[in-house]
Write a protein that binds this ligand. Structure first.
Ligand SMILES: [Cu+2]
Length: 88
């Protein structure tokens, strides 16, 4: 399943990089950038910031979890709606 991510930054330019997916995209304050990729196998993949963004840059790590559609739907059912998040 193709995945699209929308990226934005609140402070300085960062970069969303997943080496195993061979994807890299800047996250820029004041705009939304988009990146597409199609994971081909389940697993946990490391996300790193590939743009030197300040003193915390070396700690800007994350993970992408690739799961099957049923697991994704089960996880989505546990997440609050946008209205709930906004307290409406
Ligand atoms: Cu960085």
């Amino acid at each position: 399943m193709p995945i699209q991510l929308l990226l934005r930054a609140n402070d300085v330019i960062h970069n969303f990089h997943v080496p195993e997916f061979r994807v890299k995209m800047d996250a820029v304050p004041g705009m939304i950038t988009r990146i597409w990729f199609t994971p081909t196998r389940p697993g946990t993949f490391q996300v790193i910031c590939a743009e030197y963004c300040g003193l915390g840059h070396a700690r800007m790590l994350g993970e992408v979890l690739v799961v099957n559609p049923e697991e994704l739907q089960a996880w989505l059912r546990t997440q609050p709606s946008v209205a709930q998040t906004l307290g409406e």
